[in-house]
Ligand binder design. Sequence first.
Ligand code: ADP
Length: 225
Amino acid sequence: MRILLIGPPGAGKGTQAVRLAAHLSIPHISTGDLFREHIDQGTELGRTARTHIHAGLLVPDEVTIGVIKERLTRPDTERGFLLDGFPRNLAQAQALDGILADSELRLDAVLDLAIAEGQVVRRIAGRRLCRQDREHIFHVDYSPPQEAGVCDVCGGELYQREDDREATVRQRLEVYRTETASVVDLYQAQGLVTTISAHGRVQEVLHRALDAIGQGQADAADTSM
Ligand code: ADP
């Protein structure tokens, strides 16, 4: 399956993407994570990405599209993929269309995670990531680790993303409204979008997401994280 996950910051895309991808045995491709890898490795691309990410702005399209193009040529994407955080504007959506059309492929579904804006800042302010594996995501109130500051899965140190400060979050929300919301409209016109509520417990949202893509046997879904 080839699936897109779209939603404002704080909707829980990353949290759901990890679980959905594991359930469907397809790679989880997050542009945010790809950029953070570059930042950690100190690459030139990472330096460019960092400036924009810290300001709550989109990384320039030519950089982002290059990263995605490279990732989508890796062999593990032959059985499908779950894209998390791309495309985030119409130019990126067009580029994705082109990449898929070159291989005569199409998207199967777009999942739009909807959340009330009032919830976003609270969710993001409490988010903590594991330094050893960014797919291990916690929340100080909603999904706390057993021991504060320590990852339950691997014992790694938990930290807060630098772009999770309130002012940056508000800017990211603004970018979502002005640039990314139109991507949802575009796929809506193609009949690909299912909007699901991002409220409630992680497992409830996962059930909704699996139902929406016709994989509703969520009991089989991984509940270990
Ligand atoms: P969130 O979905 O919570 O905003 P992400 O990890 O997906 O977090 O993205 C973090 C930041 O990385 C974004 O605010 C943006 O600066 C950059 N980014 C991620 N995906 C893209 C993209 N497709 N195009 C441009 N910038 C992106």
